[in-house]
Ligand binder design. Structure first.
Ligand SMILES: [Zn+2]
Length: 330
């Protein structure tokens, strides 16, 4: 078998593309494989599929998996077409996603590594910049989130996890061991005290709450509203729970205490979930397990520059997403 045909088969290059040349540099441990379209290939717009005239060609190269211990690059003069609707656009190639400098198989390899190690470690091992590896992770999470089809979960867990020191948190919503959503904000903060059983408050919080409770008449009224809310968590019948929570909401929403009204509005919006939590006796055990796995990711990465990257890493490791490029199966 001739070299070009061999590479064509190894790399899985299919018509209308073919291997046109190869440059091997054994000393540098590299092989450059040139690929081109067969003569007479009709061009179409990658966005609308319309037949289009060619515009020009731009040289591009893609990192591929090593072949025979040689670093392997695919090189092609990529045609650009002129679409009446979309203007000048580059055609898509079957071995790579638009805008990527890596073949889909190489991206899949990086994704496999990212499941095991931090971006820093993967970039060191594969000799690519941190930004290049981070780009692959970002694309993987984006396509994973776009593909995701979440059936309404029976149980959800909501927990907050620190992003940095000084009370900088994100809120993580999870179900069945997977992260469904990462919000940049912290959930209701100290207002949560109003919905927490006094027995579950820390000593420090109990003391401050006692002072607050006794400070003014308004606060005492607020405490009474909160106290009643606490008793509603023990219902076992959905019908009764719903009835009693609606009575409570009617009181809380008309109480002329703005902070209480604000909390009541939030509860009204989430009443469906609260009732489910009461009836199903939802435990925060699974959320705590997710939280400890997030801490491991954070330690392994030695922190994150910003919340967007932190969020991406959480989705990448714990989102249960299909991260590979189209056409790659493991
Ligand atoms: Zn078009």
């Amino acid at each position: 078998m001739r070299d070009k045909e061999l590479y064509q088969q190894i790399l899985g290059i299919q018509a209308p593309w073919k291997v046109s040349d190869k440059e091997m540099d054994i000393k540098a441990g590299k092989v450059k494989v040139h690929v081109e379209q067969k003569l007479g290939t009709k061009q179409t717009c990658p966005k609308c599929g319309a037949r289009c005239p060619g515009y020009d060609r731009r040289r591009r190269q893609w990192q591929h998996l090593d072949t025979c211990q040689l670093k392997t690059l695919l090189i092609a003069d990529l045609p650009r077409v002129q679409c009446a609707e979309h203007g000048v656009v580059s055609v898509h190639v079957p071995w790579s996603e638009p805008g990527s400098d890596f073949t889909v198989l190489y991206e899949a390899l990086v994704i496999d590594w990212l499941q095991e190690a931090s971006i820093q470690a993967v970039s060191r091992q594969l000799s690519f910049s941190w930004n290049a590896i981070d780009g692959i992770m970002q694309r993987a999470v984006k396509r994973g989130l776009e593909r995701r089809q979440v059936a309404p979960p029976k149980h959800i867990g909501v927990d907050e996890t620190s992003f940095r020191k000084r009370h900088d948190y994100v809120t993580v919503v999870s179900a069945e061991g997977k992260v469904l959503h990462v919000a940049n904000e912290r959930k209701k903060g100290s207002k949560y005290d109003w919905l927490t059983n006094p027995g579950n408050l820390s000593h420090k919080r109990q003391r401050s709450f006692k002072l607050l409770r006794e400070s003014t008449l308004k606060t005492a009224r607020a405490w009474a509203i909160k106290d009643l809310a606490m008793r509603l968590w023990s219902d076992v019948s959905r019908t009764w729970a719903e009835k009693r929570w609606k009575q409570w909401l009617s009181w809380a929403l008309r109480c002329r205490l703005e902070p209480v009204k604000k909390v009541a509005k939030t509860i009204k919006e989430h009443l469906w979930g609260i009732l489910n939590a009461i009836i199903l006796k939802v435990s925060n055990g699974p959320s705590e397990s997710i939280n400890s796995r997030i801490k491991t990711i954070k330690i392994r990465s030695r922190g994150f520059q910003n919340k967007a990257r932190f969020r991406n890493a959480i989705y990448c490791h714990l989102g249960g997403l299909v991260l590979y490029p189209q056409g790659v199966c493991r």
